[in-house]
Design a protein around this ligand. Structure first.
Ligand SMILES: [Zn+2]
Length: 134
């Protein structure tokens, strides 16, 4: 399967897959940004003023029976409107999270189905409330 096919399956706009590794338990994808514009989390203004970046590994919905991990750059921007340096807002990732929003929504649905699920799976209710609500 080509990286382009994986990119279409994962479907994160603004990112391309540059590398993929597969083990019996997991799939790991290296992503790079395809655009040089960033969204301020406070005023939602788009800016091209990147400040610096870090690399973060986050978990997404599983591919088949394998856990899926995405390693991608997270950019801090210098917002010309707010005059502050902040971490960019990403449509698929809530601030400070290590799981995509759709992964948290999936876990939240499972917890709702099973009732007492907030105590299951090592994901606490606070994380679910913040990640799945956006
Ligand atoms: Zn701003």
């Amino acid at each position: 399967m080509s990286l382009k096919s994986i990119e279409e399956i994962v479907g994160l706009q603004g990112y391309s897959v540059t590398e993929m590794s597969i083990t019996p338990q997991e799939v790991s994808l290296q992503l790079t940004k395809t655009t040089a514009s960033y969204c301020c989390p406070t005023c939602r203004q788009t800016t091209f003023a990147g400040y610096d970046s870090t690399v973060r590994t986050i978990e997404d919905l599983p591919l088949g029976d394998k856990r899926l991990f995405l390693t991608l750059p997270i950019v801090r921007l210098s917002c010309p409107t707010c005059h502050t340096v902040q971490t960019e807002a990403l449509p698929f990732l809530a601030p400070y999270q290590r799981h995509t929003k759709r992964f948290l929504q999936y876990i939240h649905r499972l917890c709702t189905i099973h009732g007492d699920g907030e105590r299951r799976g090592g994901v606490d209710g606070l994380t679910l409330d913040h990640g799945a609500a956006d």
